[in-house]
Design a protein. Structure first.
Length: 259
């Protein structure tokens, strides 16, 4: 069992969305194996199913002047920003496959639920940041990955509240928003590597007002290159999901083999 890995480079959001839809259709049809697309986008704002237009702070004219497009999409979450220097990953996986049991290392034939799937994506990014000397963790009730030391458990204990934390020490370094249809995932994660964070000033990122955003470039004692982070993320994805990732030369090659 393996996962196809495709590096797409920098792709306009609308084009990437169309390509993603082709891969999703092929996966649903059983024509291809599970696949991860890694890429960058030119500046763009995306609004998920739970988004509020009020969280876009800039006027339409200003966004147009800055060359920042807006797309309303079917992933979960609120508004977020994508741009150069941000590693975007679109895993297109059938959650009905054979996936790790979080209670142990063995694979079990089980349906991987959306919540467990998101926790696994967070684990990939936590490990990736750690490789470059940046400690990160989860915040209970807030999807994504945050800098600083904290509770990295899968969830808060039932009936409890998360311990109070210092928001000045917790900055969002990676966002996650997914969609699941017929057990096949789409959309995914965005990790700030060398991202120009000034463009985040045009939104309330993910609708969160009490935490800032940051990047590996700012947080790492030895700022890594984009390619180094991309390769590390792919490696940790394979470790967390317990599958071998096999590089495919191009998306065209992947889809043509499926015909």
């Amino acid at each position: 069992m393996h996962i196809n890995l495709v590096h797409l480079g920098r792709v306009p959001y609308a084009d990437a969305l169309a390509l993603q839809q082709q891969v999703v259709a092929a996966r649903k049809a059983g024509a291809i194996a599970d696949t991860v697309l890694l890429l960058e986008h030119p500046p763009v704002l995306t609004l998920g199913r739970n988004s509020s237009r009020a969280n876009i702070l800039a006027s339409g004219d200003l966004l147009t002047q800055r060359g920042i497009a807006i797309h309303e999409i079917n992933r979960g979450g609120d508004v977020t920003y994508h741009g150069p220097g941000q590693l975007v990953g679109y895993p297109i996986l059938d959650l009905r496959g054979e996936w790790p049991n979080k209670r142990g290392p063995a694979l079990t034939k089980r349906h991987l639920g959306p919540v467990d799937y998101v926790r696994m994506l967070e684990e990939v990014l936590i490990r990736t940041c750690g490789e470059f000397g940046v400690p990160t963790h989860r915040i209970c009730g807030r999807t994504g990955v945050w800098t600083g030391y904290g509770n990295a458990s899968d969830a808060c204990a039932p009936g409890t509240n998360p311990a109070p934390t210092d928001p000045t020490q917790e900055k969002k370094i990676a966002a996650i928003g997914v969609h699941v249809s017929q057990a096949v995932t789409s959309h995914g994660f965005a990790l700030n590597v060398t991202t120009d964070l000034r463009d985040f000033q045009y939104i309330v990122p993910c609708g969160i007002t009490d935490r800032e955003v940051t990047s590996l470039e700012l947080e790492s004692p030895h700022p890594p290159s984009f390619d180094a982070v991309m390769h590390a993320t792919a490696r940790h994805f394979g470790h967390v999901f317990q599958r071998q990732l096999l590089a495919v030369a191009s998306l065209e090659a992947l889809l043509s083999a499926a015909v």
